[in-house]
Design a protein around this ligand. Sequence first.
Ligand code: SF4
Ligand code: SF4
Length: 317
Amino acid sequence: MLTAKMVKDCAVKGGADICGIASIERFKDGPPETHPLALFPDAKSVIVYASRILKGSYKGIQEGTDWSTYWIYGYGSGLYSSLGCATDAISNLLEDHGYEAVASPGGHTLLDEAPPARAPLGKGRQPPCIMLHMRVAAALAGLGEPGWSKVFLTPEFGPRQRFDILLTDAELEPDPLLKEPICDKCQACVRKCPGHALGGTREAVEVEGRTFEWGAVDCGKCKVTHWGLNPKASPFVQKDLPGMQMDIKKVTYKWYEAFRLGFALSDRIEYLKLIANGTAEHGQGGRPGSVCGAVGCVQACNAHLEAKKKLKGGVKG
Ligand code: SF4
Ligand code: SF4
């Protein structure tokens, strides 16, 4: 008989670092456009698993010597191939036991900026514009909590991991929700974010008596900074486009606008073009890179949680 332990062991053997399981009931108050049942109406369990972002991938940006390492190793390359291997391993295990496995990459910032959901296809059907809420799913699977930065924090790696989700019709024992908060609202993420993107209005969800809360993120300010178009976070704009002025506090881009601006300008700014070309070779489609290096939301938070000795570190074994 298939058990939750078999699934979680399989995830870790397959390449993930951590894995948790949520029952579908925990999503009962979620909006239909992010609800797992909108994607897989027979789902009974939601399996969420993550691979760590190596601390060393930030080193080049910290030292001011290499801006491509984080984009290549903190986003693509080994990290997503580990997650992909875990997805295959768990899916195969589920199918071998007669269950269905529906993978979803979930949503990150795009959920906040996606076009409005279109009309349902028929009576009782959900609208077709569906994006699972990765951070909420990870919280409901007991893996941790969104920090005040809205970046997901786990007791193992703090803010340093990326997730995938599998929906299944197998009924698996859910993990308990994380009880002790990790985030102490120190505000280091807010202070260090060069995009002035963090710490907005409080947003929250409550599940089984546990409240998960975070400050709203200005996704346009973040994206334009993340792409390296905010001179405060990037030496390359000043070098190639010295006349370009950007007062990030006044920027009102929507996420998608900032996203497309990154593609338009990365071809114009030499170093950003170099990163984009470099990532093409690593299977990331020649996209502009993360020049900000998540200096506030990940790096400052990680330093804070390490100093407070709140992280358990690697758990693979
Ligand atoms: S730095 Fe981390 S622990 Fe501090 S408020 Fe931000 S998310 Fe919370
Ligand atoms: S990626 Fe950079 S700009 Fe975006 S929230 Fe993190 S620190 Fe701020």
